[in-house]
Design a protein around this ligand. Sequence first.
Ligand code: NDP
Length: 342
Amino acid sequence: MPRTVFLTGITGFIAKHVALKLLEAGHTVVGSTRSLDRAGELKGALRPHLTDPQVVENRLRLVALDLTQDAGWAEALSGADVLVHTASPFPMTQPKEEAALIRPAVDGARRALRGAQAAGIDRVVLTSSAVAVMNTELASGKPAYDEADWTDTAHPGVTAYEKSKTLAEQAAWDFVNDDAPGIALTVINPVLVLGAPLDLNYGTSVQVVERILKAQDPMLPRIGFPIVNVTDVAEMHLRAVDWPETAGKRYIAAEEFLWFRDIAEAIKAEYPGRKVVTREAPDLVVRALAVFDPAIRTVLPSLGKRRDVSAARARDEMGIAFTPAAESVRRSARFLVEKAGL
Ligand code: NDP
């Protein structure tokens, strides 16, 4: 049934894909951004991908909201049936003060949920992250992290971003359990999201492919991530909105773990004539460089570690057939070469 969905952070890489899925499915979308100046950019990104481009005029509206400000939430959310909360700061580098990330993420999630409660909304979908799942010791004998696992924010090497996502998700579950039992919450926990962006404002995750495509580093550290395609993540948000039986659960969004070397090799295979670094740096060299370079220091906890997650719940209960990780890498690379001129 078509409903009015309030989508926070609508200008984001993932949220634009979510908006597209919601509009194509017949829903009306009210999106929030900190700057209404971005309305033209957003509509321009969506229009070419819509079956009926007129929809951006008829069923899409924007409002200004900031995660760090109380003003406006209840009014903005009034009249909506569903809240999809994706907005959260996701910078490439970690700030000096952890609170710069944690406060907007956690307080923002609380503001969004309080606004939903005040507006009488009983259905909420939250974009958390697999980083709220994976930073803890895996129980012995368990092959992969799943939705029962929770990041321990005191675990060594947990970054400010990882804490911000974990604490924001915990705050959301606490809020619905303690203060708003009438709200049905579904949480999506994506791993590194790749694939083709809708426009040139493509956020942080695609910059992993961008960096390798630019051959910025003489060698690659032995690190990697599980990867998921942005259209699959958006489809999961749509199914969470439409399927009441997903309420009360977390859903990991993931296809397969790829090392940086695998990502580089997928790009090299797509663009054989291009200089793409596929050689791995010995761990010892990375550790030595980390003494001088704080950016390199942040990768040390992941060095040489393969961490798998299971998205069996999303496959079994939501019926998601995940795009192969290497294909997601290729789609990002093709976008960057063909649309961003890299
Ligand atoms: P983007 O950075 O592309 O989008 C995030 C959006 O959040 C921005 O467009 C911005 O909108 C909004 N935002 C940021 N800070 C604030 C603030 N203080 N107040 C209001 N809005 C704010 O990120 P992604 O699309 O990559 O990520 C979207 C969500 O998915 C985030 O919650 C992220 O943590 C999560 N996620 C992302 C993954 C990935 O690999 N990309 C993996 C797992 C989870 P505006 O500037 O218009 O206000």
